[in-house]
Ligand binder design. Structure first.
Ligand code: FAD
Ligand code: UQ1
Length: 409
């Protein structure tokens, strides 16, 4: 069995960023089963035909930092009392410190018939690379009927993404001259379009202008692909179901904490996510364990932008722990960002923390702009590949401070 000073579980955005920050410490292992690494924020643009899938994928092998050992396997079981994990292959790895960065699992399986439906005409999802490409194909084929977009009754990463898919489809149908043949429905299990007041107002206006029929507290429970029928439960009227006939169906998948985490002592019993102190990102149960990214039970929106702030916090606090300091240097403030693509060339660059909007740039970011679209299309992928996963991008707080000084003087 192997031993590392630092063991990282998951080689996605947060895992690679952590590995880059700590590679110097000499003994870092990173467990990741997948051979390909996707830039997931690009999936929205793939679904809109605005970027190719190939431009959003790299080989994991080429991204693992130097001086880091890639264990191409999957954690099956955590044994944090013994400072070790059991792998799918049966092997064991022990550690002095562990960072859990396993992300969140897509659970199309929780909707009856959804997995099968994704293989039938008209059904797609930007949450999965294959079905994101299918989204664009379906939008280009669409002739008439209902285009239906759903948002699940669970936590989900990038909660704006199902809406982005809806707005982009509206644009594509207009460009193709078939929008008048379409009814577009956005059906969400939430009571409103967005949680932050400032962006909610802009989004409500956009949905109205685009003639999108918003149904709140609607939760997709079944897809009958043969008849092209989507079945919803009415969350405020227990027992009541509604059926919608679709031509195009974009599914926002239910999500859950990864299985190995859910079933471990590291999990928050209520949600199954990694139980951490929301400020220090240290496990509430094991002092030598920290978390990064979507797998934690923190209140932030689950985005790569939030990961950049998590990396700053864990970068400092884990170093403190390794050097024997019990008083931590950094606190996570709940920051997240979600570039809301509202057409094929406009973006609302939402940035917020649980208290409200928290914007970087000296313009009103709740207004859809072309410059924000250009940032989403060109700058964010650059920042991700060259900054975030290299451990060099700690979020926009510094830029924000610069702009706010310029504004004041
Ligand atoms: P991930 O990057 O998902 O990595 C988790 C890794 O853990 C995976 O590689 C997985 O294989 C691995 N893993 C899982 N289980 C195990 C196990 N048992 N053992 C070992 N390894 C395991 N964010 C933004 O900031 N802006 C956006 O515009 C944006 N748009 C998005 C659009 C879509 C459609 C999607 C799907 C996501 C979007 N995101 C966006 C969210 C962003 O991609 C995630 O928040 C981010 O990747 C989270 O990083 P992570 O490291 O927590 O998880
Ligand atoms: C961000 O930092 C980030 O990670 C690299 C993203 O993911 C791709 C984002 O979408 C956004 C918006 C940010 C935040 C960065 C700025 C400059 C606002």
């Amino acid at each position: 069995s192997q031993h590392f000073k630092l063991l990282i579980v998951g080689g996605g955005s947060g895992g690679l960023g952590t590995a880059s920050k700590f590679a110097k410490c000499g003994s870092v292992g990173i467990i990741e089963p997948r051979e390909k690494h996707f830039y997931q924020p690009g999936f929205t643009l793939v679904g809109g035909g605005l970027m190719s899938l190939e431009a959003n994928v790299k080989n994991e092998a080429d991204l693992i930092p130097k001086n880091t050992t890639w264990v191409r396997d999957k954690v099956k079981k955590f044994e944090p009392k013994e400072n070790k994990v059991i792998l799918r292959s049966g092997g064991e790895i022990s550690y002095d410190y562990m960072v859990v960065a396993m992300g969140i699992d897509l659970r199309f399986d929780l909707i009856k018939g959804a997995l099968e439906a994704l293989e039938t005409p008209g059904v797609c999802s930007n949450y999965h690379p294959k079905y994101a490409q299918k989204h664009f194909q379906e939008a280009m084929k669409f002739q008439k009927g209902t285009a239906l977009f759903t948002f699940p009754n669970t936590p989900i990463k990038c909660a704006g993404a199902p809406q982005k898919a809806c707005y982009i489809t509206d644009s594509l149908l207009r460009q193709r001259g078939v929008r008048q043949n379409a009814k577009i429905i956005y059906a969400t299990s939430l009571p409103r379009l967005f949680g932050i007041e400032k962006y909610l107002k802009s989004l409500e206006k956009i949905a109205k202008e685009k003639d999108i029929d918003v149904r709140t507290r609607w939760n997709l429970v079944e897809v009958k692909a043969k008849e092209k029928i989507a079945v919803f439960e009415m969350l405020d009227e227990p027992g009541k179901l509604e059926e919608v006939q679709y031509s195009l169906l974009h599914i926002g998948p239910p999500c859950s904490a990864p299985e190995a985490l859910r079933n471990s002592e590291l999990a928050d019993e209520k949600t199954g996510f990694l139980d951490v102190n929301p400020k220090t990102l240290q496990s509430t149960k094991f002092e030598n364990v920290f978390g990064v990214g979507d797998c934690m039970n923190t209140a932030n929106a689950k985005t790569a932008a939030a990961v950049s702030s998590h990396l700053k916090t864990v970068g400092m606090n884990l170093k403190d722990a390794m050097e024997g300091r019990s008083c931590f240097s950094a606190e996570y403030d709940g920051y997240a960002s979600c570039p809301l693509v509202v057409s094929t060339n406009r973006v609302i660059l939402a940035e917020f923390n649980p208290q409200g909007a928290c914007e970087t740039f000296p313009f009103d970011q709740s207004k859809p702009t072309y410059i924000a679209y250009l940032m989403k299309r060109y700058f964010m992928p650059f920042l991700y590949w060259n900054g975030l996963i290299k451990g060099l991008w700690n979020g926009p707080a510094t830029i924000r401070k610069c702009f706010s000084c310029v504004k004041k003087s």
